[in-house]
Design a protein around this ligand. Structure first.
Ligand code: NAP
Length: 478
């Protein structure tokens, strides 16, 4: 597509988007439910096309489709209940001395048009109709999406499902637009379009950084909510290692190879204290990983990059087959910046520490991560406590005796973390809290009732929880 055709398309989609005014909560809820129903109704054809395009298995995609449907339903429930707008009301005290207190009311409102980059590794749940799109629409924002070139037909089908829901519920058509071109230039043009107010992205660190840089060069810089992956370190503590080395090796192998290692939460880094037990886990894990059948990767680009990263680290490879185990010690980890990078695909790095103090030093050395996991027993609690204190400064989610893959979509989930895992550790891209990225507070001072949004009027017509004069209540303001 020529540059002028892209500009024309972008201008048309965004002119329509700026005309979209978030409809009342009931209408927005019906729209989100209609989207979920339309996606649910896409049967075998969607899965077949998606399997062809991505190489992912049918069961995995059926599960991902259910997750995508549920995400929209979860956001519909959130918008219907309504308290997420965090309404706060402080009533006036005209008699206050020495100065009268004005009436001050605050609520969250949509940011405006959002540009979404579909992710390659979740062709349904983080793509055209994925979590970024669902949370922005729920927040009352219109969305323009760039399809991922790894699954264009899947992206189009999902986009058409959203467009059908727009028609059914008679929502303004500017609420959703799909760019037909998938080039890098189109992505940059989307970020730089003056009508766009924020970006949602999941992908590589290089891609995320390029979008952040393009966003900051605009006349009006905008936030880019980029999720860029991480090592997801797993610390196996000495007593857990002594008691259940086999189980931990099996669990790690399964988690590393799941989905051909193409998850942002894949455990790409394992650390333990040297000894016969760590040696036996290393051996077992190497065997289990090399026997894994991992299949085709999502795109040729991703597969080529994986092979290149492994070749560049050839000297660290301990075992190789369907999946790969690399190994090193603390000193070489510290001296080799390449080992701090995510290897997207079925591989993990095991770092052998000589002492518990080295384990702590290793934790201090880590960059920002989405997750960190501790495998520990009762007797490990003092060391686990010290590690957890260090790790909570570095990560968005800490996991006890589990595995980081399999991110639960729920209100308390935080899928984010300090840079370079994401561009802004304060926000999540999974779960209902993801809506917070695409809204901002607006404060009304001494405003007449009829000009206030319904959520801030004295009569609590939506029956939502509000903080009135410092107390959480559903009572009306008298
Ligand atoms: P990607 O290269 O970051 O691409 C994602 C999207 O961003 C695509 O639409 C891409 O467009 C666009 N993009 C990338 N670089 C750009 C730039 N400089 N300027 C403008 N747009 C840009 O991610 P991917 O294609 O999914 O996979 C490539 C690598 O990303 C993987 O090997 C892996 O390392 C990493 N990745 C990580 C995660 C994670 O969750 N951690 C997920 C997926 C991928 P084009 O396709 O046209 O370039």
């Amino acid at each position: 597509m020529s540059a002028s055709a892209t500009t024309k398309e972008l201008n048309e989609l965004l002119s329509a988007a700026v005309e979209y005014q978030a409809p009342p909560a009931e209408e927005r809820t019906s729209f989100l439910r209609a989207v979920s129903n339309e996606i649910e109704a896409l049967e075998e054809e969607l899965l077949t096309i998606c399997m062809e395009e991505t190489g992912l298995g049918r069961d995995r995609l059926a599960g991902e489709k259910a997750r995508t449907v549920n995400q929209f339903r979860m956001f519909a429930d959130l918008v219907q209940e309504g308290s997420w707008v965090d309404a706060r009301i402080d009533t006036a005290q005209p008699e206050r001395k020495p100065l009268p207190k004005p009436d001050v009311r605050r609520v969250l409102q949509p940011l405006g048009p959002i540009g979404v980059f579909a992710a390659s590794n979740f062709p349904l749940a983080f793509s055209v109709a994925g979590g970024d799109t669902a949370s922005a629409l729920a927040g009352g924002c219109p969305v323009v999406v760039k399809i991922h070139p790894g699954h264009p037909r899947t992206g189009k089908m999902m986009g058409d499902a959203i467009k059908r829901a727009v028609k059914e519920t008679d929502v303004h058509p500017g609420v959703f637009g799909l760019l037909s071109d998938q080039s890098i230039e189109t992505g940059i043009a989307l970020v730089q379009h003056p009508a766009v107010k924020a970006i949602g992205f999941t992908g590589s660190l290089a891609g995320g950084k390029a979008l952040m840089s393009a966003a900051s060069r605009r006349a009006e810089p905008i936030p880019v909510f980029a999720e860029m992956g991480s090592l997801n370190p797993v610390f196996v503590l000495p007593n857990a290692l002594a008691k259940r080395a086999d189980k931990i090796a099996q669990g790690l192998a399964d988690s590393v190879a799941l989905g051909c290692g193409q998850f942002c939460t894949k455990p790409g880094f394992i650390a333990g204290v040297a000894g016969p037990k760590l040696d036996s886990v290393t051996r077992q894990l190497g065997e289990l990983l090399s026997k894994k059948e991992t299949g085709r990767m999502l795109t040729e680009g991703i597969s080529g990059r994986f092979k290149k990263l492994i070749e560049e680290r050839r000297g660290f490879v301990l075992a190789e087959g369907g999946a790969i185990l690399l190994g090193t010690d603390l000193a070489s980890f510290k001296q080799t910046p390449a080992l701090h990078e995510e290897i997207f695909g079925p591989a993990s790095l095991l770092v052998k520490c000589q002492t518990e103090s080295e384990l702590l030093e290793l934790a201090r050395h880590l960059e920002g991560q989405l997750t960190a996991t501790l495998h520990a027993d009762e007797e490990d609690l003092p060391l686990a406590g010290r590690l957890a204190e260090l790790l909570r400064e570095k990560v968005g989610r800490v996991i006890w005796n589990g595995y980081p893959t399999g991110v639960e979509v729920c209100p308390s989930m935080h899928h984010g973390g300090p840079y370079p895992a994401t561009s802004d550790a304060r926000f999540t891209s999974v779960g209902t809290a993801a809506i917070q990225r695409f809204v901002r507070p607006i404060c009304y001072q001494s405003f007449p009732q009829m000009l206030l949004p319904p959520e801030l009027r004295n009569e609590n017509v939506r029956n939502i929880w509000r903080t009135v004069n410092g107390k959480l209540t559903k009572e009306k303001v008298t």
